[in-house]
Write a protein that binds this ligand. Structure first.
Ligand code: GDP
Ligand code: MG
Length: 185
């Protein structure tokens, strides 16, 4: 079966980023294998779950998606509580959404109370990499450098639309989380 009871490990992952970068599409692809072409604002905190299989270990991943009109610090504490990784999403065609990552990361650090936690897993995702190269206004090298210099574990270019790199990204998130969980066992 595919129930959460099959999993030895459970984790909560929070997805942050400005409006329309494709957070909800990423989460729906991972959890429900669906892609939504028409834009719908997510109302209320939204979450999905999926099972990730990594080197013979099954991990049940609960993925929390931002609610409604994305504003910094607008989500309540329950949204952040217990998160074991944070996926920071920007749109490769929107430099503004990339610049916003700094504030999303800072607000997560404040709200999730992880100031003392130096290797907390942050993963940076440049979504919509299916769009034409000439429209991709955020250089990959610049984003990768920002991720490195700001203590993020990895940077991925993904397409929720075409499912490019989406599973690979999640597996990396789970790998980072499991490494920390197993170190504490
Ligand atoms: P959110 O506000 O961050 O949750 O963004 P959504 O997931 O609702 O997506 C916003 C818009 O971007 C929608 O019209 C999606 O169809 C579109 N979108 C999401 N992911 C992709 C992608 O990978 N490629 C392209 N071309 N469009 C995408
Ligand atoms: Mg959304």
């Amino acid at each position: 079966g595919g129930g959460s009871f099959d999993a030895k490990y459970h984790t909560k992952v929070t997805v942050l980023g400005s409006a329309a970068v494709g957070k909800t599409c990423l989460v729906r692809q991972l959890c429900f294998k669906k892609y939504q072409e028409t834009y719908k604002v997510t109302l209320g905190a939204d979450f999905g779950a999926c099972l990730a299989h990594l080197d013979g270990t099954v991990c049940h991943v609960q993925i929390w998606d931002t609610a409604g009109h994305e504003r910094f610090n607008s989500m309540g504490p329950a949204f952040y509580r217990g998160s074991q990784a944070c996926i920071l999403v920007y749109d490769v065609t929107s430099p503004k959404s990339f610049e916003d990552l700094r504030e999303w990361k800072e607000s997560f650090e404040e709200q999730a109370d992880i100031a003392e936690d130096e290797d907390f897993p942050f993963i940076v995702v440049g979504n919509k990499c299916d769009l034409p190269k000439e429209d991709q206004l955020v250089p990959e090298a610049k984003a990768a450098r920002w991720a490195r210099e700001n203590g993020c574990a990895a940077h991925f270019l993904c397409s929720a639309k075409e499912m490019t790199n989406v599973h690979a990204m999640l597996l990396d998130v789970v790998r980072l989380v499991l490494k920390r969980l197993k170190a504490r066992e």
